[in-house]
Ligand binder design. Structure first.
Ligand code: RB5
Length: 173
């Protein structure tokens, strides 16, 4: 598996440790930086890792910034990216099982290193459950004109309607 890494000045130390772990385990690592504490703009790293995943140059992405939030927001701007900022292993597991996260974002300022190691293992090992979750994750990429028309109707009504998952997908008779 090939993995792209990116971090700003508030996340590069964790990013470098993650890169070393991945290389030691035989992963192919594409490291977009940054490599020191000189202040840089986190959106650029979120975009780079996002595009690397979206264009198929790598299989997955891992991002680190101070909070995990800004760099995840940036990655999620790239079409085809589902980036989850996570701070504990069960969230990392659900990000894979339910959301098919292809990029994950960690916080260097708020999360201890041992937690990062656990989440890294979970992120790499957990499959996507598919089924009803695929039906939903697809909707994340369907925010075009038809979806906007649908949502504007919901706005007029003041309530979301017609959002029931098809029965055959949830296995309800
Ligand atoms: C940098 O100070 C910090 O704002 C950044 O790393 C990140 O936390 C943004 O969301």
């Amino acid at each position: 598996m090939k993995i792209a890494l990116g971090a700003d000045h508030a996340g590069y130390q964790y990013k470098d440790r993650i890169a070393q772990i991945l290389r030691d385990r035989g992963y192919d690592v594409l490291d977009f930086g940054t490599h020191d504490s000189t202040p840089v703009d986190y959106p650029q790293y979120g975009y780079a890792v996002g595009e690397a995943v979206a264009t198929g140059q790598v299989d997955r992405g891992i991002l680190v910034c101070g909070s995990s939030l800004g760099i995840a927001m940036a990655a999620n701007k790239v079409p085809g990216i589902r980036c989850a900022p996570v701070d504990e292993p069960y969230a990392a597991e659900l990000a894979r099982r339910h959301n098919d996260a292809n990029v994950i974002a960690f916080s260097e300022r708020l999360t201890g290193w041992e937690m990062i190691e656990r989440m890294l293992d979970v992120y790499l090992a957990t499959p996507f459950d598919g089924g009803r979750h695929a039906y939903r994750t697809q909707q994340l990429f369907d925010f075009g004109e038809a979806q906007r028309v649908r949502t504007l109707k919901d706005l007029e009504r003041g309530e979301v309607t017609d959002a029931r998952t098809p029965k055959d997908l949830v296995g309800v008779p």
